[in-house]
Design a protein around this ligand. Sequence first.
Ligand SMILES: Cc1ncc(COP(=O)(O)O)c(C=O)c1O
Length: 355
Amino acid sequence: MSRFWSPVVGALTPYVPGEQPKIANLVKLNTNENPYPPSPRVLEAIRAELGDDGARLRLYPDPNAGLLKAAIAATYGVTPPQVFVGNGSDEVLAHVFLALLRHERPLLFPDITYSFYPVYCGLYGIDYRTVPLAEDFTIDPADYARPNGGIIFPNPNAPTGRLLALAAIERMLEASADSVVVVDEAYVDFGGESAIPLVDRHDNLLVVHTLSKSRSLAGLRVGFAIGHPALIEALERVKNSFNSYPLDRLAIVGAVAALADAGHFERTRHAVIASRDTLTAELESLGFAVLPSAANFIFARHARRDAAELANALRQRGIIVRHFRLPRIDQFLRITVGTEAECAALTAALRGILE
Ligand SMILES: Cc1ncc(COP(=O)(O)O)c(C=O)c1O
């Protein structure tokens, strides 16, 4: 606290990202990063943009990131006016909350979900209600068929990894036709079906994506949203009242190059999916119950051992996973799918701990 703070600051409960420890040789399975490097074309594009002397860095980037919007539109079969880009999907989401989800009626999202959502509500003074997931941690669309000022959920959900079928999403869009339904598809490339094809039929649908996960570019900070041009215009209005240049020159060219390398994208996401399936089977054989995951992480609980203790024991062996001290899920571990070697190190360590 300081007398210099604006009154709103003291009341904030900021988001706490998973830790990024500076310890060498750590098996880092706590923040759902991709274990594989990005496409080599990303590096080439960034080097080309830098040139020999970096002279282009003197100049501001394109405030509209037109090249990137065109690349996203071409990749997903939409038009540039249906695309919004931002500095990571967290920034896109921040603008979405202010531009589209701040209404008189409460915003709805699941009780177990991405923990940044209530933080944005706190920042912008948005009234919200959490909707309990079913016993099996799935979203029941019927629970959202009530007056609301908007709906947001990740699909697959985080941290559960559970997927909601497109038909169910379409039912939600129809039941809440007068409010915006935001589907946060940060992890969809690891086993889900994107709702993007539905944007032409539903003017209240906004789909949010990131290049942090399936394109291995968490460090470059690129996210985007796809929806009806009127929704995108609202986001542009907020963005241009906040920061004209959210994406720097290197991020724009790097993201364009990543989207152009479909082969790299397919190989790496299928490698992650294969490792997830192997890891799931291994953990089940060690006595874990693993929720079906369509993401690049799994959510698992052991039949007999306390989750916090397991997380600590793994940490002592140089492996970090995520444990949330939250109602309903405090006996679960969220484990990012690593390389085959990292997954093998995890299961070997667990075998030792559980003996
Ligand atoms: C569900 C969900 N949405 C959005 C994000 C934000 O990703 P980024 O800001 O890196 O694009 C994350 C990151 O972990 C996430 O889990």
